[in-house]
Design a protein around this ligand. Structure first.
Ligand code: F6P
Length: 372
C-alpha cells in the first residue's frame, strides 16, 4: 500500500482552514509526490470503528478553488482521545491502529489549543504530526496571529458598526457579544475597529456598579451606546447589582442557575453574558422598556465566514511550511506560526501556553476597555 499523509481539522471551525488544506495538497503533490487523504471530524473520524467512512480523497485537482471557501470541508469535532476514560477505552491505540491500517504515516492539521494538545500526545507516542494554528479566539502562543482571526475582526467590526448605527437611530444601547473563551482579543479588536464606547474582556473583571455608571454617562451624553462584550466577561455573581437583577428578572435567575456544560477538554460552553448585562442595565439605568438595550450575539456568525485575503494568504503560507517540514525535512512535533512577516515553527510545548490580553491597563483604557 502506498504511504499517505492524513489531513485533519479539529476544534471550532473558522475562515482560512480550506486555504491551508489546498496549499498542503498542492505543495505535497508537486514538490514531494506525496499522497493525501482528508479525514472528516478529526480525531472522532480517526477513532471510529469504520474510519474508511470518514475519508475524503484530496489531490491537486480536487482542491482547485478551495482557498476561499468558508469553514472546513473536512468537518470538525472536539473529540478528545486522551481523557482518562478514553485512554482506558484504548482510543489512542485504536487511532494508531487505524492510521496503520489506512497506510498513513503522518498527520498535517489545523487546530487550537485542544487539537494541538491531542496532536502532541500522538507525537509523544511516536506518530509524526505537524499542526497549524486556527481559531477566531487567537488564543494560542507561538504565533502572532491564528488563522481565522483577521476575517473575524473584519466582519465583526462591520456587523458591530451596523448595530451601533441602528442603535443611534433609535436612541438605544447596543450590546454585541463575541466569542473568545478566556481571551479578550476578539472583543478588543472588534471593539476598537467598530468605535465601541466600552469593551469588556475576560482579563479584566467587571465591577457592575462602576460599569453601569459609565454606561449611564455615555448614554446621557450620546443618547446611544456601542458596547462590545466578550463571552468570557467575568462578573461577580455575589454583587448587589446582580442580586437586584436576580430578584427582578426571571431570565437572569434562570441564566445564573444554568450550569454550563463542559466539552471533552473541560472548557465550559460559554455564551449569554450579554443577556444578563442587558437586564442589569435596564434595571440600574431605570429604563422604561427592555428594548432600549438590544443585544446581538455574533458568536458562530464569525466562524463560518469565507476568509478575507489575509487569511487566505496565511493559510497558503502555513500550508507550504507544514508540507516542507513533514514531507521535505521529515521532521514533526511542531506548530507553524507567523512572527512579524516570517513564517516559522515552534515546539508544541511553547504553542500550548495560553495567550490572553496582556497589554497595560493604561493602553487598554485608551482603547475603550472597561477597567473597574
Ligand atoms: O473556536 C473557539 C470557540 O469559538 C470559542 O470562542 C467558543 O467558546 C467555542 O469555540 C464554542 O465552541 P463549540 O462549537 O464547541 O460550541
Amino acid at each position: 500500500m502506498s504511504r499517505k499523509t492524513a489531513l485533519i481539522t479539529g476544534g471550532g471551525d473558522c475562515p482560512g482552514i480550506n486555504a491551508f488544506l489546498a496549499s498542503v495538497v498542492r505543495r505535497g503533490n508537486s514538490e514531494y509526490g506525496a499522497e493525501f487523504i482528508g479525514v472528516r471530524s478529526a480525531f472522532a473520524g480517526l477513532a471510529s470503528d469504520n474510519p474508511e467512512k470518514y475519508l475524503v480523497p484530496l489531490n491537486t485537482e480536487s482542491v482547485i478553488g478551495l482557498e476561499n471557501r468558508s469553514s472546513t470541508i473536512l468537518e470538525s469535532s472536539r473529540f478528545n482521545p486522551f481523557t482518562p476514560e478514553n485512554e482506558a477505552k484504548k482510543y489512542p491505540e485504536k487511532i494508531l491502529n487505524n492510521l496503520k491500517h489506512l497506510g498513513v504515516d503522518g498527520i498535517l492539521g489545523t487546530g487550537g489549543n485542544d487539537t494541538i494538545l491531542s496532536a502532541s500526545r500522538l507525537e509523544e507516542r511516536g506518530f509524526p504530526t505537524v499542526m497549524a494554528p486556527k481559531s477566531i479566539d487567537n488564543d494560542v502562543s507561538g504565533t502572532d496571529v491564528m488563522l481565522g482571526f483577521r476575517t473575524a475582526i473584519f466582519f465583526g467590526a462591520q456587523a458591530t458598526r451596523s448595530t451601533a448605527d441602528s442603535a443611534r437611530a433609535h436612541r438605544r444601547i447596543s450590546l454585541v457579544e463575541v466569542m473568545g473563551r478566556n481571551a479578550g482579543w476578539l472583543a478588543l479588536e472588534i471593539g476598537v475597529a467598530s468605535g465601541a464606547d466600552l469593551i469588556t474582556i475576560p482579563e479584566r473583571p467587571v465591577n457592575l456598579t462602576k460599569f453601569c455608571a459609565e454606561v449611564t454617562r455615555i448614554y446621557r451624553e450620546h443618547h446611544y451606546a456601542n458596547l462590545v462584550v466578550a463571552e468570557g466577561t467575568s462578573i461577580p455573581y455575589n454583587d448587589p447589582v446582580i442580586e437586584r437583577a436576580r430578584i427582578e428578572s426571571a431570565v437572569v435567575r434562570s441564566l445564573l442557575e444554568e450550569t454550563p456544560e463542559l466539552d471533552s477538554f473541560g472548557n465550559p460552553k460559554l455564551g449569554g453574558v450579554s443577556q444578563i448585562l442587558r437586564r442589569v442595565l435596564r434595571i440600574e439605568l431605570g429604563l422604561e422598556k427592555i428594548e432600549e438595550v438590544r443585544t446581538t450575539d455574533l458568536g458562530f456568525t464569525l466562524r463560518g465566514l469565507a476568509p478575507v485575503a489575509d487569511d487566505i494568504i496565511l493559510g497558503i503560507r502555513f500550508g507550504i511550511k507544514a508540507a516542507d517540514i513533514l514531507l521535505g525535512e521529515k521532521r514533526s512535533g511542531v506548530m507553524i506560526g507567523i512572527h512579524g512577516l516570517e513564517i516559522d515553527e515552534v515546539p508544541y510545548a511553547q504553542a500550548l501556553k495560553p495567550k490572553t490580553v496582556n497589554r497595560p491597563d493604561r493602553e487598554l483604557q485608551a482603547l475603550g476597555v472597561f477597567i473597574s
